[in-house]
Design a protein around this ligand. Structure first.
Ligand code: ADP
Length: 385
């Protein structure tokens, strides 16, 4: 029996809000997404009221959970600070699992809709994920530059360094990891109701795309993106990992900035194509990570040059080399250049990433060498874990 949005609203109408009206009438709910028994929405309130609303969020969660057919409920309480508000946002609490039988996971009132104002990565201490030595982001200034393809093959390149590696597809607007990996299974829940990542190619993989249909049009508000990603970080049984590669949503908007600030990142890698425009975007990416004190481990130039699949001839159709030059100028490491090649595209689209399906080929070697450079930079963190 499939759960409907109306059933969710009916259940929520029995939850009273601090405003003296039932929750659906309190003008605080985001759009409610119901897919395959999984319910996602957020309760958006002013930061000053957040504490009073936490119990409402919990009641809402219990009410949704009680609907027959609901398997997961992601209900986030997001606190927006009114511009000019003098009151500090509520202190973020580490995420707790209070019961062994909860289907759903709440998010603490942590994410402010306003972009962070720079400085320290304030949540990194309390937000560390036990068992994961280093979380690194793969980011790009815009979409379509091959960020996800690179993230997956880089994860495999790190695997080939003998590391235990996970991949979190946080590209919530267009999760492509199900397509790139050919994974169409739904994650199972463990006894603590944590999601078990899918094991494929020796990687532990999690994507929002495993939970919602790929063609489901999702309109995510900034705070909701953070909540969903926080839950995928914390409500997943990652086990022991040396590196968790996070495939970020493309771009450098508020959602990305909030993510960069709130996920305890040990570093970031920026993917760029050689075109000027993309390099400008890449510079924005760099600035974003620097603003929140996340070290940039380097830039990768993707689709760097065209390599003919027939004769192997190389053509620098985009005037390659821009990213290397830019990296030098900006004082960040240049991690490597990946050609635009048919077999990278074909293997990606077939769900058989090139590092795994053509391990002895030239492309696998490139991703492995990028993996080796990244590993070198994370050596101390991994050794200390
Ligand atoms: P993004 O995550 O930046 O949106 P994707 O990784 O989804 O980009 O890649 C976009 C498209 O480009 C996909 O069809 C992918 O197969 C292809 N692609 C990515 N990198 C390469 C490459 N180096 N050579 C050939 N095709 C590539």
């Amino acid at each position: 029996m499939s759960v409907t949005q109306q059933q969710v609203l009916d259940a929520l109408s029995r939850v009273m809000s601090p405003r003296g009206v039932a929750l659906p009438n309190a003008n605080v709910l985001s759009a409610i997404t119901v897919t395959d028994g999984k319910v996602f929405f957020s309760v958006n309130v002013d930061a000053a009221e957040a504490r009073a609303w936490e119990s409402v969020r919990a009641q809402a969660e219990a009410a949704v959970r009680a609907i027959p057919g609901v398997s997961v409920a992601m209900i986030a309480l997001t606190a927006e600070r009114k511009p000019g508000s003098a009151s500090p946002p509520p202190v973020p609490q580490p995420h707790r699992h209070t019961s062994g039988h909860s289907h759903s996971a709440g998010v603490q009132p942590a994410a402010s809709h306003r972009p962070p104002q720079g400085g320290q990565n304030p949540m990194s201490k309390q937000a560390e994920i036990p068992g994961i030595a280093a979380i690194i982001a793969v980011a790009s200034g815009k979409g379509g530059v091959g960020k996800s393809t690179t993230a997956l093959n880089l994860a495999l390149g790190l695997r080939d360094q003998g590391l235990r590696v996970g991949l979190l597809d946080a590209d919530i607007y267009g999760p492509s990891v199900p397509r790139l990996t050919g994974i169409h299974d739904k994650p199972q829940l463990n006894a603590d109701r944590k999601m078990i990542p899918i094991e494929r190619f020796g990687l532990s993989i999690m994507s929002i795309g495993f939970l919602v249909e790929e063609d489901t049009a999702m309109i995510w508000r900034g705070p909701m993106v953070m909540s969903a990603i926080t839950q995928m970080l914390r409500d997943v049984e990652w086990g022991k990992l040396d590196v968790l590669v996070v495939d970020m949503p493309p771009g450098t908007g508020d959602a990305q900035l909030t993510l960069a600030q709130n996920v305890p990142l040990k570093g970031a890698i920026i993917i760029s194509t050689p075109q000027d425009l993309s390099l400008i975007d890449a510079r924005r990416g760099l600035a974003m990570f620097r603003k929140v004190n996340v070290p940039v481990l380097g830039i990768v130039e993707n689709m760097s040059y065209f390599q003919c699949p027939h004769c192997g001839t190389r053509s620098d159709i985009f005037g390659h080399g821009g990213a290397r030059h830019e990296a030098e100028k900006l004082g960040v490491p240049f991690l490597g250049e990946i050609p635009l090649h048919m077999s990278i595209r074909a293997t990606s689209d077939a769900g058989t990433p090139v590092v795994d399906s053509e391990p002895d080929g030239p492309h696998a070697a490139i991703y492995r060498s990028i993996g080796a450079r990244v590993r070198e930079q994370l050596q101390d963190v991994i050794a200390a874990a």
